[in-house]
Design a protein around this ligand. Sequence first.
Ligand code: SF4
Ligand code: SF4
Ligand code: SF4
Ligand code: FES
Length: 676
Amino acid sequence: MVNLTINGERIKVPKDYTIMKAAESIGIKIPGLCHVDKIHKFGSCRICVVEVEGARTLQASCLAKVNEGMVVSTNTDKVRKARRVLYELLLSDHDKDCLSCTRNTSCELQELGDTLGVVETRFDGEHSEYNLDSSVAITRNMSKCVLCRRCVTVCNDIQGTGVLNAQNRGFQTVIGTAMDLPIGTADCVFCGQCTVVCPVGALKETDGIRKVWEAFSDKKKRCVVQAAPAIRVAIGEEFGYEPGAQVTGKLAAALRKLGFDDVFDTNFGADLTILEEGTEFLTRVKTALTGGEATLPLITSCSPGWIKYIEHTYPEKLEHLSTCKSPHTMLGALVKSFYAKQIEADPKDMFVVSVMPCTAKKFEINRNEMKNEGNANVDAVLTTRELGQMIREAGIDFDSLEDREFDNPLGMSSGAADIFGVTGGVMEAALRTVYELVTGRELPFEGLHVTPIVGLEQIKTAEFKIESTLPDYKFLEGVVVKIAVTSGLSGAKILMDEIESGKSEYHFIEVMGCPGGCIMGGGQPRSDDPDVREKRLRGIYSEDESKVLRKSHENPSITKLYEEFLEHPNSHISHDLLHTTYTKRGKFNEYVDEQYMVDEVSSMEKFNDNEEEMQKNIEAGKVAAERAHERLESVRVLALEAEVNRLKQELSDSAETVDILKEVMGDNAKKPKQKE
Ligand code: SF4
Ligand code: SF4
Ligand code: SF4
Ligand code: FES
């Protein structure tokens, strides 16, 4: 422990504390912008400066560690002035159109200005101009970036993807991809973790809301929605509830009130995944144990960020992936086949929306592999944050909503499906079914929880011996099954390197792209609660424990679906609708043909401005020049196409605005004139 004085108060704190943390322990919150507990490491904003007796300069309190006898002042004139000047300098090169910014009212920069009491800015000089870079999943607007570098830390140190880095120096510094490639053509996996930590409107999910409102206005469309397991313990946060609050009934009610014709549950797709993936696992193990050739370990495939990561980073190892589509695309495929047939609708007239905790799902639905008979399985993805926005926009009072149920036939689910939302959940759900199928007995863990794989550690492993099997599964008698679970892509890298070097001892691996699993997905509400992960995790497990049905194979709606439509798990029709293939990409997308890349980039407004910079980089030979030239050409074409589309949209918006104005003016004209 260390003794020190803060603002005249003597305190004792652990010696690894920073000054900021020590101050916090006596109820003093030092303002800052770049600091995030356990993530930050750069100390780039300096807003958190304090005076330390004997030090020549002001100290960044989020970095400086406490010392024995230290005397700190957090609130002197000098400190306050320094913070204001730093803040004003930040604003001097910031695109300040708050009223039309997605972060308006949830912006840490705005909040900081309020905390510091800044009412005017004195500096106004040269402004950095950057192009809007919008892919199907992530949109970057560097004119709003405050260079805090949180995204750089998350992308490099937590996810290990290394897509974002600080480029150039001084006033020219910008956070971007190598070669300044548009994010949609880089090896970004669209996990969205950078959008969660970005304090301002510089990084965000690409808008899905507009498409959904448009579908509602199209009278020909039947709008069908589904919500992922992790939404039910997080959407409440958008309306002031604690993280982890279970608001499943209100969620279903809000979706119905928004105007969806059918409100289904992605949990149904999760139960179905267990039947399909469990069967695939047993088939592969049987083949391997009976002298055939089968690729093991089998790796789960429901996290699209993880899928894109393996396609870029381990393109030769795709055969380890389960062929199962993710639960929401499975459900989407069923809506446009099984359900369309039931209600005698044309699948082309159905508009399927998935509410997901994940930005990568916006990319996933655009994959060529996620179509059946030319129809996309899912037409739009909304993140949890976007759903919150839509509910507010529609004026729905979330708090006063009466609980509702999801609709049948695709709405019933087991507790096993709920736990898809946390790391370890897919594996546990699969084991609840597979173990019982093989032995005829329940999984031998208290409360059906496979304790070694419950929790938030990066990699969790377990093994168990299969004994007294049922006659059909004699090939598994005495086999010790080894499993591993990881969340976050740095953990996935460790397990994949073992596979690549032939040292992996596992039969089955679960990988989730975001640290903690979907509860901490890139589309979930931003939270400053340090215990948010634990709270959402507890919410998910208590949802599971509150259900009568806890195992996927006990879900009667799933049994009925197989009887009436799919026949049996891994049947021919199941393979057609519920299974998929993958795309070999490579670090620089070197295996992907350009046409496919075009599908993945939605707009490249004003991208032409950056050509000169790209040319310079090409000449410097930073990546294979030939390939870069090809990319540049395709980017130019894309930029032109995007510009044409944007102008068309602008024209149609203007025409619409004129119509609206005419209507408003007309209304006014009809109003009786007020007496003077
Ligand atoms: S990022 Fe914040 S300060 Fe900047 S325009 Fe958006 S809301 Fe305003
Ligand atoms: S979405 Fe993920 S991979 Fe892409 S830049 Fe952000 S953190 Fe990196
Ligand atoms: S993009 Fe956002 S998180 Fe990244 S440096 Fe800029 S402001 Fe910070
Ligand atoms: S919060 Fe300490 S340097 Fe930014």
